[in-house]
Design a protein around this ligand. Structure first.
Ligand code: GCB
Length: 611
């Protein structure tokens, strides 16, 4: 599924704006045939999550309906026309002119429908979308377990989690308590608001009947020469495909015949300008699809030439060690929630540059494609994460594995042409204590390798060295909160614990380690001397202490602070409306920690930053 674009052979019609919206409080919308048209409605902004647009939608847990009307241009007659949702969910059902188009499950990846036989120039079309955000024990991510366990249909995985933690880590007194408090509203086993709605643009696009369907790009670099390989798939009766790769005044061209709709283009690029965060060189790739000598479709994109490898202590980018410094993010902005807003993305990226960051993780789900486009251009290394957060506790079944494989396939297909994406993260903090975890994630890792042998695989883990998933990954990512959830106020003890644990993990597994989350909440404007928890000073001191420890190890490959900005969470008594571990407030004003970390990153303090 290619990202829609307008060029001489393709056109895109986007449907942003004020749609009509109605909550389906008693879940009778379908019975009342709302798919034919909403009887009453109020306006809602699309794209955007529904949560913060009205007071009564913030915690709405159930169905809601959207409606809009559109016309297609006259030139679209006898073209292939598709409707693509960048992301909407969690469960989404779509009707066009009162009849079903299809369904989709999941909140963060695109899906599309073929409308070629359904739309006609000159006719007004009505699009109706029903979204249900009730997560369950089989949704990815899971949720709503309280409701399920009442019916006895699934184990109460929170209780299981608590006893698992207690048996493996008896010293961590706080964790069971914390998990207990995560009986939160909405009741989800993760720490961000499960935003719902049509989060990303809905676009109609038209192509020729015979068209380019997808292409995968990879590069092989040997000495001072690169070979860029592009596997192309086309639909219809085209005969060949031509490609050009261009940067500055250098252009490389090649052509291949299609065999059963497939062709492989190979570009030889001597002395390539390699992509790197400090010099994110991009090449313009243009593909033309031909029937005989006639061009019938075209697609233009940017690619980067770079390689990524892993040793037992380092990540190598273009053969040189690279150290990741940055922050994890969320798709979370005031009012728009998870909704796509390009200015907000630009703002975050500019803040990350201001700090001297070179990377981030898409915690805890795939971000909008526009974020990756910007990462390619601005030079950020991205750990691209699946929406598999809060997994475990009775979920390691064949059917959930198949679902996860499907999600991973969609993710790799969507993102694998981005040079910024250097690693796949196949989960955040799954329950890792049973062999079934090792088996489940082992299979998911093999699937990732089948889809894309060129990138390392990781899992962001929160648990102790007794973690089955450490065997499965290429790079170990650990999320650690000593000095916050445990040893509060004791940064000296916390630093020692972190240091000892990192040594132990590396000794046992001999893989590079990224500390993929660490941080402390701070309420902007709250100060103390000596630093106490929740103050800006404590947050800054904790981050400094961690960075010093992490950089003192020769086997660490990165540090990702939790989080770039404060973000909205479900309600529970450990959160004051937001998770406040942001370097910036939710409206992106810097806290003391942002200045302190910026100084460390910009000034290249501590050994590793010189890498
Ligand atoms: C974690 C989770 C993240 C939470 C964070 C916290 O380990 O991965 O989703 O928000 O801790 O602040 O507790």
């Amino acid at each position: 599924m290619l990202y829609p674009q307008t060029n001489s052979y393709r056109s895109v019609l986007s449907l942003p704006g004020l749609w009509q919206f109605s909550l389906d409080i008693d879940e009778r919308g379908e019975e009342k045939r709302w798919f034919e048209g909403l009887p009453s409605s109020r306006p809602i902004g699309v794209p955007g999550s529904w949560n913060e647009q009205y007071e009564d939608t913030m915690f709405h847990n159930g169905s809601a309906w959207y409606q809009t009307d559109f016309y297609v241009p006259a030139e679209w007659r006898s073209r292939t026309v598709r409707m693509r949702f960048g992301a909407a969910g969690y469960y989404c059902s779509v009707w066009l002119d009162g009849t079903p188009l299809g369904n989709h499950e999941g909140n963060s990846l695109p899906f599309e429908f073929d409308l070629s036989r359904r739309v006609k120039p000159g006719r007004k079309h009505r699009l109706v979308v029903k979204i249900n955000n009730q997560l369950g024990p089989e949704s990815i991510p899971p949720g709503g377990m309280e409701h399920v366990s009442e019916k006895g249909a699934a184990p109460n995985f929170m209780n299981e989690a608590i006893s698992n933690f207690a048996s493996v880590l008896p010293e961590i007194q706080m964790l069971p308590l914390l998990l207990e408090t995560r009986r939160q509203y909405p009741n989800v086993p993760f720490d961000f608001l499960p935003f719902a709605g049509i989060h990303r643009p809905v676009k109609l696009y038209a192509t020729a009947k015979d068209h380019l369907e997808r292409f995968l790009v990879r590069s092989e670099i040997k000495r001072s020469k690169a070979t860029v390989v592009c596997d192309v798939e086309a639909i219809g009766r085209a005969t060949s495909v031509k490609g050009t790769l261009q940067r500055g005044n250098k252009t490389f061209a090649t052509e291949a015949a299609l065999d059963d709709g497939r062709a492989t283009l190979k570009f030889s690029v001597p002395r390539p300008d390699l992509w790197h965060p400090s010099s994110p060189h991009l090449y313009q790739l243009s593909l033309s699809l031909l029937k005989g000598t006639k061009v019938i479709d075209e697609y233009h994109t940017e690619i980067g030439i770079r390689s990524i490898q892993v040793t037992d202590t380092e990540i190598l980018l273009n053969g040189e060690p690279i150290y990741l410094n940055g922050a994890c993010k969320h798709e979370d902005f005031p009012i728009i929630g998870k909704g796509l807003c390009e200015p907000a993305i630009v703002k975050d990226f500019s803040l990350m540059k201001w700090m001297g960051a070179n990377s981030f993780r898409t915690s805890h789900y795939p971000y909008a494609e526009e974020q990756l486009m910007l990462a390619d251009r601005m030079g950020f290394l991205v750990i691209d994460e699946m929406p598999t957060v809060g997994l475990g506790y009775g979920m390691y079944t064949d059917s959930i594995l198949e679902k996860c494989k499907g999600i991973l396939t969609e993710l790799v297909e969507r993102d694998c042409n981005h040079p910024s994406v250097i690693m796949w993260s196949i989960a955040n903090e799954p329950d890792p204590f049973t062999e079934s975890a090792g088996d489940f994630f082992g299979k998911l890792r093999s699937h990732a390798k089948q889809l894309d042998p060129s990138r390392p695989v990781t899992i962001a883990s929160v648990h102790s060295p007794a973690d089955y998933t450490f065997d499965v990954v290429d790079v170990i990512c650990v999320n650690r909160y000593y000095g916050w959830y445990t040893q509060p106020g004791r940064l000296d003890v916390a630093a020692n614990k972190l240091s000892d644990e990192l040594d132990q993990i590396h000794q046992k597994h001999r893989k590079p380690i990224i500390v993929s989350e660490f941080g402390a909440d701070s309420i902007a404007g709250l100060h103390s001397d000596p630093p106490e928890v929740f103050t800006e000073e404590y947050q800054a001191a904790l981050l400094r202490a961690y960075i010093e420890v992490i950089r003192s190890k020769e086997f660490t490959a990165g540090e990702h602070i939790w989080n770039l900005a404060d973000f909205k969470t479900p309600q529970n008594y450990t959160r004051t409306v937001f998770n406040r571990k942001g370097l910036f407030t939710r409206d992106r004003r810097p806290k003391l920690a942002a200045h302190v970390v910026r100084q460390i990153w910009q000034a290249g303090q501590f050994a590793k930053s010189e890498k």
